[in-house]
Design a protein around this ligand. Structure first.
Ligand code: IPE
Ligand code: IPE
Ligand code: MG
Length: 236
């Protein structure tokens, strides 16, 4: 993996370099409209596109989006198939824009076990955007933070030392700046196995807004509130 970038020269809006979002509430959004859950997921992808553009326009260094957890395999097969279909379509349709606007795509999580054609699409997309120097869009796929930490600890042990620094260097997020702000939509107040290590000193922002209704204005509101907070990191 590449080293942590010092700064890509982004504007660091309100002092934030790295924002992560637990994109939740697609199913409830669809249910309110008497529509199938797949409709909510489809609108959720539109929001991903909008928020990725907003992050780039604001000059964020990194945006990490929780798209599919290691526990989401518990869902019915047809819903999993819908989500994988949307993922395929997203990478196929949006790659050109990512390349042309200098966005670097990164996947965190154990994506290698996904369908072979998706793995190929992902690896092609990462290779084609690897040299981009703008915002990094990190998408968490088959991601579970406990699994990530266990993998990282095993790698650190194999190299001889298990220290916080050694584990951190082996996390999937090692090539991203430190996490500043963690957002969750849909009113749920929990982490659902997302970025447990990285969130140690991140600020948290929870909103009742369902993910398909989340806009750039909500992201800006979260960043504004982040900018007004005092981060102490244990000091005084
Ligand atoms: C988030 O929406 C998308 C994924 C977890 C893939 P949900 O599908 O969890 O929507 P709700 O929570 O049922 O409303
Ligand atoms: C977390 O949402 C996972 C993603 C957003 C991808 P879930 O909807 O799966 O979380 P729980 O089950 O409500 O905790
Ligand atoms: Mg949910």
């Amino acid at each position: 993996m590449t080293a942590v970038p010092a700064s890509t020269g982004g504007a660091a809006p309100y002092g934030a370099r790295h924002v992560a979002i637990i994109m939740d509430g697609n199913g409830r959004w669809a249910k309110k409209r008497f529509m199938p859950r797949a409709f909510g997921h489809k609108r959720g992808v539109d929001t991903v596109r909008d928020i990725a553009r907003a992050a780039r326009d604001m000059g964020l260094e990194a945006l990490t989006l929780y798209a599919f957890s290691s526990e989401n395999w518990k869902r019915p097969a047809d819903e999993i198939a819908d989500l994988m279909g949307l993922l395929r379509a997203f990478i196929r349709n949006d790659l050109a824009e990512l390349v042309s606007n200098n966005t670097r795509l990164k996947i965190i999580g154990d994506y290698q076990v996904l369908a072979p054609d998706i793995v190929d699409l992902i690896e092609d997309a990462m290779a084609r955007t690897a040299g981009n120097t703008g915002t990094t869009l990190a998408i968490a796929l088959n991601y579970g933070s406990q699994q990530e930490i266990a993998r990282a600890a095993a790698k650190a042990a194999a190299k001889g030392e298990i220290t916080p620094e050694a584990i951190e260097a082996e996390l999937d997020t090692a090539c991203l700046p430190p996490l500043d702000l963690l957002i969750r939509t849909s009113g749920e107040i929990r982490l659902s196995n997302f970025l447990l290590w990285q969130a140690a000193y991140a600020e948290m922002w929870f909103t009742e807004v369902l993910w398909p209704d989340f806009t750039a204005a909500h992201l800006r509101e979260a960043l504004e509130q982040f900018g007004a907070r005092e981060r102490r990191f244990g000091g005084r």
